[in-house]
Design a protein around this ligand. Structure first.
Ligand SMILES: [Zn+2]
Length: 271
């Protein structure tokens, strides 16, 4: 079952069952902004129905990054009349180039989406792009600012900030280990420190999954990640022939630790 939580005046978060996805809703006087749309037409419809209980205003959509649970529901919102879909340029490119490759991930949850057959199963690629500079969207009486803090959970993570609330997408994950599959571990820790430095501007911090987070939570997540980078590098130096030796010493589950090491070896900071 889905559940609304009020996080600041006219700022809300909806948690839907599948993987406890948090969808943001910011309601202005002229438009409302929906942040992340679910993993297919079924969850997208559930989110849209819940949004329509709160507001009848035209909707603007933001996808925080190019993982299926955050954008596979876009077509439901396009059908409802949304024409403006925001994302970081790297996110939009990934959805356009490789979005279809994620369909098998929802075989159980959204079989029509997985098969690409049925209503609202087409990919809607974001058409309003954020690059390195923040972009402000006026919703009437309330504005939302989209911010890019560099590479982290993916190479195209957007945050959305209002006067009270920061929606962080999967850069911050509560209640589960972070997901490293498409990540840049060293830069992710930097992005979290940057986020933590902005934290005083916001009363509420909403992760991509799980419960609202404290500043301490973000700092701990950053410190844990930096420590893990050092531990993994040390372990790889000690046993260069078998990087998996680092898995047991890392502070994450075995599968995420495996991804962490793989991505640490594959990625190098740009600067
Ligand atoms: Zn993600």
């Amino acid at each position: 079952m889905s559940r609304w939580l009020e996080v600041g005046t006219d700022n809300y978060v909806l948690t839907t069952e599948n993987s406890k996805l948090n969808t943001g809703l910011i309601i202005g006087t002229e438009r409302a902004m929906v942040i992340d749309t679910g993993c297919g037409p079924r969850q997208g419809r559930e989110i849209l129905d819940a949004v329509r209980q709160k507001t009848q205003l035209p909707l603007v959509v933001v996808n925080t990054h190019a993982h299926y649970d955050h954008f596979f529901g876009n077509a439901v919102f396009a059908e409802d009349g949304a024409t403006e879909f925001w994302a970081h340029e790297n996110c939009a490119e990934e959805i356009s180039d490789n979005g279809d490759a994620q369909r098998p991930a929802v075989t159980d949850l959204e079989p029509e989406m997985a098969a690409g057959e049925g209503a609202n199963v087409e990919l809607v690629v974001p058409n309003a792009l954020v690059r390195d500079q923040p972009v402000l969207v006026d919703l009437g009486g309330q504005s939302a600012t989209m911010i890019y803090l560099g590479r982290g959970h993916t190479d195209g993570d957007l945050l959305v900030g209002t006067s009270t609330t920061l929606y962080a997408g999967d850069l911050v994950e509560q209640g589960a280990h972070p997901s490293f599959e498409d990540s840049y571990p060293v830069e992710w820790a930097d992005a979290l420190r940057h986020l933590s430095a902005l934290r005083h501007r916001y009363e509420f911090l909403i992760p991509g999954h799980g419960e609202p987070c404290s500043d301490r939570f973000v700092k701990t997540m950053a410190d844990t990640m930096s420590t893990a980078v050092r531990q993994a590098r040390q372990s790889i130096r000690d046993t260069p022939s078998d990087a998996t030796k680092a898995i047991p010493v890392l502070p994450y589950g075995p599968e995420q630790s495996r991804w962490f090491i793989k991505r640490l070896q594959e990625t190098r900071p740009q600067h």
